[in-house]
Design a protein around this ligand. Structure first.
Ligand code: SF4
Ligand code: SF4
Length: 86
C-alpha cells in the first residue's frame, strides 16, 4: 500500500445499495477488500461504510458481493489509484 498514490475524484466511483446491505447476512465485502475499504457503521452496524477514496480498483468486491449491491465504475478522467511499480 505504501507504493501507491491516489488522485481522488470529486465523486464516488463505487456506490452501495444500502437496502441490500441491510438485509445481507454474508457481508463478504468486510473480508475480501485488500484495502479494508468496507466497514460497518459503528452507530448503525447494518449500514456499510465504503471508503471509496482508497480503492485499488481490483474489482474483487463487485465479484464477491452475493447480492449485486455494488454499482462499480472506474474513476472518471484518469483519477483514482496510481501504481508506481507496474
Ligand atoms: S456490499 Fe454486498 S456483501 Fe457487502 S454488505 Fe452489501 S450486500 Fe452484503
Ligand atoms: S475494487 Fe478492490 S480495493 Fe476497491 S473497494 Fe472493491 S475490493 Fe476494495
Amino acid at each position: 500500500m505504501g507504493t501507491v498514490k491516489f488522485n481522488t475524484a470529486a465523486e464516488a466511483h463505487l456506490k452501495l445499495d444500502q437496502q441490500k446491505c441491510r438485509a445481507c447476512e454474508e457481508r463478504v465485502c468486510l473480508q475480501v477488500c485488500p484495502a479494508g475499504n468496507y466497514e460497518e457503521n459503528e452507530a448503525d452496524p447494518r449500514e456499510i461504510v465504503l471508503s471509496w477514496e482508497g480503492c485499488l480498483e481490483c474489482g474483487t468486491c463487485r465479484l464477491a458481493c452475493p447480492h449485486g449491491a455494488i454499482e462499480w465504475n472506474y474513476p472518471v478522467g484518469g483519477k483514482g489509484v496510481c501504481y508506481r511499480y507496474g
